[in-house]
Design a binder for this molecule. Structure first.
Ligand code: HAM
Length: 420
């Protein structure tokens, strides 16, 4: 017996019965994003592995554990993109976009790949709707980008989410903060979970959002506020918050929110939904003012976010929509010579823009073909048998009234066009 193949773990087919949810979400996203001045960009789904390591940070979980590297190209290691920001930074630099415009607003919708352990809401191939605004370090834009994420959610009719925001400050602030954290956590090092003991060395900020109860308690006792921020960074963050207030965006300030990617500076945010279980982030983002320059580009402030499409759809309960194929015309014919003529006719109808179909089986009875026409909710059925072929006239049946008439073959397209 030949092997039956299954879908790879951590991926999902989007069947025709589900596709309308995706298409609706994509269409309304495009509309809203274009209102805010974003233009669509499509980059390859794989890039040099080093681009991701340099952008997201060598020591991050995504780079350490989740990058899916392609086999084969030994000279130049290539990996599937785990997110979109690194690719956008690469193309921004490569195409000297800064020379063409002072502020660039880009959006993307597409698949991302992370080699994660599968669980609800955590896939190896998932889809993001993401935006990146590059070219300014104005806090107004941080607030606008956050407001845009909220606007998208309301357009998708998703409620019951929480928006949490924090500031990491400049890279200098981040450095000082990590020194401070290491000093403080050093005394409790043995009490941290195994993962956090590793994080302490590699990426101490991640200890702050560990879900382990023991770690949470240690972190809680540190009583962290915004003391790691310079007064300029605090001022910057105040402006972001004040603008969010002006825009009526409800948020919660969360001093422990750090994010898992290294490129962030200043504002970071996450939108979570309690209906999602442990993988509760619907989307996240923040400012990354140094990334473009660190990748060899110009100095360019940037801010963006990505929303996870599967998780957004999960909050809506994934109602299945019945597969309702509908055609205007069904062409029923029998016998080799008739079916040949039917294929020609069908082709003519379709070129006239008339949705039409047939059974393709030369031996199918007219009765079974009429049943198929009913299933497809055809408004008209055209019968093409030996008699019709001889007379060069088609029998046209109006399925609603049940009336039948003969129509010359060369007129049939025009007659139907006038009725639908
Ligand atoms: P991220 O937080 O890694 O950020 O991912 C954003 C969203 O993608 C998550 O909140 C989640 O909804 C979805 N997501 C991530 N991993 C998975 C997974 N394994 N399965 C299902 N959904 C997932 C970024 O990707 C940044 N590039 C966002 C950004 C853009 N920051 C600035 N600009």
């Amino acid at each position: 017996m030949s092997k039956k193949f299954s879908i790879p773990r951590g991926t999902a087919d989007i069947l025709p019965s589900d596709i309308s949810h995706w298409q609706t979400m994509e269409q309304s996203a495009r509309q809203v994003l274009e209102i805010y001045g974003y233009k669509e960009i499509r980059t390859p789904i794989f890039e040099e592995t080093a681009l991701f390591a340099r952008s997201l940070g060598q020591s991050t979980d995504v780079v350490q554990k989740q990058i899916l590297t392609l086999a084969g190209d030994k000279e130049n290691s290539l990996s599937l993109r785990p997110e979109g920001t690194a690719s956008i930074a690469r193309t921004y630099i490569e195409n000297s976009i800064d020379k063409k415009e002072s502020l660039t607003k880009l959006y993307y919708i597409g698949p991302m790949f992370r080699g994660e352990r599968q669980q609800k809401g955590r896939l190896r191939q998932f889809h993001q709707i993401g935006v990146e605004a590059i070219g300014t370090s104005q806090p107004l834009l941080d607030a606008e980008v956050i407001a845009l994420a909220v606007h998208l959610l309301s357009e998708f009719e998703i409620n019951g989410y929480q928006l949490r925001i924090n500031s990491l400050g400049t890279s200098e602030d981040k450095k000082n903060f990590s020194v401070f954290l290491r000093e403080k956590l050093n005394q409790d090092l043995a009490a941290l979970c195994k993962d956090c003991q590793g994080r302490f060395e590699r990426n101490v900020f991640r200890v702050l959002d560990c879900k382990n109860e023991g770690c949470k308690k240690i972190v809680h006792n540190l009583n962290l506020k915004d003391s790691h921020l310079s007064s300029e960074s605090r001022q910057y963050f105040n402006k972001v918050k004040a603008t969010l207030n002006l825009l009526n965006v409800a948020y919660q300030e969360e001093p422990l929110l750090v994010r898992g990617l290294d490129y962030y500076t200043h504002t970071v945010f996450e939108i979570s939904h309690t209906g999602l279980g442990s993988q509760d982030a619907l989307g996240a983002g923040g400012r990354y003012d140094n990334l473009i320059e660190e990748l060899g580009g110009p100095k360019a402030g940037a801010v963006g976010f990505a929303l996870g499409m599967e998780r957004m759809l999960l909050t809506k309960g994934g109602t299945e929509i019945p597969l309702d194929s509908v055609v205007d015309v069904f062409l029923a014919s029998r016998g080799e010579s008739c079916i040949e003529q039917a294929v020609i006719l069908l082709n003519q109808l379709r070129h006239l823009g008339i949705s039409s179909d047939m059974s393709y089986e030369p031996d199918a009875s007219f009765k079974s073909q009429t049943r198929l026409a009913d299933k497809l909710k055809a408004k008209y059925v055209l019968f093409l048998g030996e008699d019709e072929l001889k007379e060069k006239a088609i029998t046209l049946k109006d399925m609603q009234s049940g009336q039948q008439e003969k129509v010359p073959m060369e007129k049939i397209g025009e007659v139907i066009q006038n009725r639908i």
